[in-house]
Write a protein that binds this ligand. Structure first.
Ligand SMILES: *Cc1c(COP(=O)(O)O)cnc(C)c1O
Length: 340
């Protein structure tokens, strides 16, 4: 999916200071070589099929994703929701299969226009579905909304008394840190919001971003991070270790490392799954356990997130289980299946 260039002056300055060949540039600049590869889809997570009303995606029993806006501060060229982001466009000479999928996407989400707030039907759904415990507010980037709009949005979500936790996904602290004011932090803290922040590279942890994260931490806002594993951009153990330690230092717990979703035209960003497993294995033996995220694939078709782990159980041997550690050495643990 090709998205138009959308960037903040702050992030443009950061890229300029990093030089013309820094890999972060590729994540935001449109490029031509985007032929769709086998298995790629406009909607790789099958979100349209799990959308009971425009702007709401319900794939797990306990939790829902609420798309609060389709506006982002910066367009990431590997965006899994590019089909919905305004001014996203597909390829020249695109086949019919893709174009019909594209039209279907448009129809399903037609109620959620750029800058529009979630519809009444979303809040009615939250209220009537008493099994929901966890609302993840995403988009677009919800921190492109105003303080007053966010305050109202959180109040409306919390009206459903069965909800236990509300989170908000955002890349704003990385790309527009000046948006993070003490007033914004106070609203997030007042509504007990967990922030789920998108960071992909240690170069994003600038003095300005550090200041924004300090403001949020000082207000008592809990923060975790999500990182997409990107070929040639952050797929080295040293880069990831630097990023994860940098986040921990700023009181952000690394939560997920995602295998890049197979969105149309994403092949230049995607690494082999084994690469991610090897990186996790290398990091596991090295970094603080707190710095380690879960490595996962968001299953195509709406299967949800599937965590991948390097294989550590080698085999069973009589009354022992044979394990391997991060160095590849074997260890035995007494494990009698008949003992309970
Ligand atoms: C990622 C996601 C969630 C939240 O999943 P967690 O693993 O609990 O962070 C909820 N709903 C949808 C549709 C998602 O894609």
């Amino acid at each position: 999916m090709q998205l138009n260039l959308n960037i903040t002056p702050y992030y443009q300055n950061l890229l300029d200071s990093l030089g013309p060949n820094h890999p972060l540039r590729r994540t935001v600049e449109p490029f031509d070589d985007r032929a769709p590869a086998p298995g790629e889809l406009a909607d790789p997570l099958g979100e349209e099929a799990h959308s009971p009303c425009p702007g709401l995606i319900h794939t797990y029993p306990d939790k829902v994703l609420l798309l609060a806006t389709l506006t982002c501060a910066v367009h990431c060229q590997y965006c899994t929701r590019g089909r919905l982001i305004t001014h996203a466009h597909t390829f020249k000479g695109m086949g019919m299969g893709f174009s019909s999928h594209w039209k279907k996407s448009d129809e399903k989400f037609q109620g959620l226009e750029k800058n529009s707030k979630p519809q009444r039907s979303c809040f009615q759904y939250l209220e009537t579905h008493t099994e929901i415990r966890d609302v993840l507010i995403s988009g677009g980037d919800p921190l492109t909304l105003s303080d007053a709009e966010l305050d109202e949005l959180f109040s409306r979500v919390w009206k459903s008394k069965h909800i236990r936790t509300v989170r908000l996904g955002s890349k704003v602290p990385a790309v527009l840190p000046s948006r993070v004011t003490p007033e914004l932090a106070a609203i997030l803290a007042k509504h007990r919001i967990w922030l789920q922040l998108h960071f992909i590279h240690p170069a994003e942890l600038t003095a300005e971003t550090t200041c924004a994260l300090d403001t949020l931490a000082a207000a008592g806002v809990p923060m975790v991070s999500q990182t997409v594993l990107l070929k040639g951009i952050n797929d080295e153990a040293d880069t990831l270790a630097d990023l994860f330690y940098g986040l921990l230092e700023r009181r952000v717990k690394p939560y997920y490392l995602f295998q890049c979703d197979p969105v149309l035209g994403s092949s230049s960003f995607r690494t082999p799954v084994q690469r991610g497993l090897d990186l996790m294995c290398e990091l596991q033996g090295r970094v603080s356990g707190l710095a380690l995220p879960h490595f996962c694939i968001d299953a195509p078709g709406g299967g949800g997130k599937i965590t991948l782990l390097p294989d550590t159980v080698l085999r069973r041997d009589g009354h022992e289980i044979v394990l391997t550690n991060y160095q590849g050495k074997e260890y035995r643990y007494p494990d009698d299946e008949t003992v309970s």
